[in-house]
Design a protein around this ligand. Structure first.
Ligand SMILES: NC(=O)C1=CN([C@@H]2O[C@H](COP(=O)(O)OP(=O)(O)OC[C@H]3O[C@@H](n4cnc5c(N)ncnc54)[C@H](O)[C@@H]3O)[C@@H](O)[C@H]2O)C=CC1
Ligand SMILES: O=C(O)CCC(=O)C(=O)O
Length: 453
């Protein structure tokens, strides 16, 4: 490693030794930036790398709320405002018991370069809470969201910081938070994206992350003379990203044979077609049930309980052409990567943020597997969030067709820019390097232009 990147890495490890996910994200980034550092001396002179790993601001607060038994409950809330060099902070809110500062800093760091890749003027941020929505009533979720927004509202604004959804935050939670902000401020403004279509949302935002993932990987496959037609695909997760990845893969002629949730893995060799996907959407978005129920409904499917008790995930043992991890970080470890490679996997399209460990990345690179890294591959969600902000500013609502066309154009442009950066600074088809470098170049230029802030 170059001495400059090494020094920044040493500092990050020294000041926050317990922030393992953040250190992982910074390590992957620095490994790529290493290849650029000699070419751009200003990066060193202006200490851009030292500054880019430090959040501009972190807000941490207490969230009190009453459960249905009238008992007071407490959670911890956060907003990491990572980088505003190219626009207002932008990034999702995660509600999951595992949420901590390390996870939110890694997500906000990744978001900064992802947002840059979209070509839209958005900085990077991320937030959330260790609140667990699983098993909570609508009333409990509403009271939590109202209390969370009561504090968060001081720190966000339509030109300052615009949160959206992530794990555990979908249309229901965005609605409750938006309502509370409006009530407190007496202002109807676009302070959140992912809103419902009846109150300022954008068409295609629910679909955008999954659809964008499939569009970006289509461009990557096309360059190799490949398509989705007749290909067998693994998808993990069964939430927003997994559902719309599956929908678009089906539309493009592929067969999706798996989904999962935090309790287990579902394998359906006959394919999760449109009808079965509609069942999953109702199961997960309306009834909020477990994916195990699918195997009771459709006897051709097999359910394998798995909640981290093994040192590998049985989903990645299944033979397929392409894999789309769309659940959570580090869901593919070295053993999983070896299983996928042994079965001849050709493409890893990352719907989840940082779904692969650093060791898994090396295994895919060595095996010549095409890897579409999350910064680029799942950028469609935030891209359409950016389009939602534009629509809100203009007090307009564009048609689904208009937004989908823009999304396709943005994902194609992302492919072109990460491909060019990989070729110029690294090796052809190293899209991890390509995405890190292409995303960083614009952010660093803006940071240098704006002085030492
Ligand atoms: N919603 C969006 O627009 C975007 C989401 N992402 C990323 O995509 C991933 C999935 O997010 P969403 O689909 O929005 O969330 P979601 O809450 O709709 O679904 C999350 C899914 O992952 C599963 N999951 C969560 N933790 C798990 C664990 N420890 N083991 C196995 N499965 C687990 C859940 O059971 C659920 O099926 C996350 O990494 C998120 O950061 C990335 C870009 C945008
Ligand atoms: O739509 C957004 O603002 C954020 C989406 C997000 O959280 C992500 O890209 O990881």
């Amino acid at each position: 490693m170059h001495e400059v990147t090494q020094k920044v890495m040493d500092h990050v490890r020294q000041v926050d030794p317990g922030q393992v996910e953040f250190i992982q994200a910074v390590t992957s980034f620095m490994n790529s930036i290493d290849k650029l550092i000699e070419d751009i001396p200003q990066l060193v002179y202006h200490k851009v790398l030292d500054r880019v790993v430090e959040p501009e601001r972190v807000v941490m607060f207490r969230v009190p709320w009453f459960d249905d038994d009238g008992q007071l409950q407490l959670n911890r809330g956060f907003r990491v405002q990572m980088n505003s060099a190219i626009g207002p902070y932008k990034g999702g809110l995660r509600l999951h018991p595992s949420v901590n500062l390390s996870i939110l800093k890694f997500l906000a760091f990744e978001q900064t370069f992802k947002n840059s890749l979209t070509g839209l003027p958005m900085g990077g941020g991320k937030g959330g809470s260790d609140f667990n929505p699983k098993g909570k009533s609508d009333g409990e979720v509403m009271r939590f969201c109202q209390s969370f927004m009561t504090e968060l509202s001081r720190h966000i604004g339509e030109d300052t910081d615009v949160p959206a959804g992530d794990i555990g935050v979908g249309g229901r939670e965005i609605g409750y938070m938006f309502g509370q902000y409006k009530r407190m401020n007496n202002k109807f403004v676009g302070i959140l994206t992912g809103k419902g279509m009846s109150y300022g949302g954008s068409y295609i935002r629910p679909e955008a992350t999954g659809y964008g993932l499939v569009y970006l990987c289509a461009a990557m496959l096309e360059a190799q003379g490949k398509t989705y037609d007749g290909k067998t695909c693994l998808v993990s997760g069964s939430g927003n990203v997994a559902q719309y990845t599956t929908e678009k893969l089906n539309q493009m002629g592929a067969k999706v044979i798996s989904m999962s949730d935090s309790s287990g893995v579902l394998i359906d060799p006959s394919g999760i077609d449109e009808k079965k996907l509609a069942y999953v959407k109702t199961l997960k978005n309306v009834r909020r049930g477990r994916i195990a129920e699918y195997a009771q409904q459709y006897k051709e499917a097999t359910y394998i309980p798995h909640n981290g008790q093994r040192d590998y995930n049985p989903l990645w043992e299944v033979k397929a052409d392409y894999a789309f991890p769309s659940a959570t970080q580090n869901e593919i470890n070295a053993k999983d990567a070896r299983n996928l490679v042994a079965n001849g996997i050709q493409l890893i399209g990352e719907g989840a943020n940082m779904p692969t460990t650093l060791e898994a990345d090396d295994i895919f690179t060595d095996a010549g597997v095409l890897q579409a890294p999350s910064k680029a591959a799942n950028a469609g969600g935030v891209a359409v969030s950016g389009l939602e902000m534009s629509q809100n500013s203009g007090r307009l609502q564009w048609s689904a067709q208009t937004v989908d066309q823009q999304l396709q154009g943005i994902m194609k442009n992302i492919y072109v820019s990460i491909d060019a950066a990989a070729e110029k600074y690294s090796t052809k088809n190293n899209f991890i390097d390509g995405a890190n470098i292409a995303g960083f170049l614009k952010v660093s230029e803006a940071m240098i232009a704006q002085g030492y802030v």
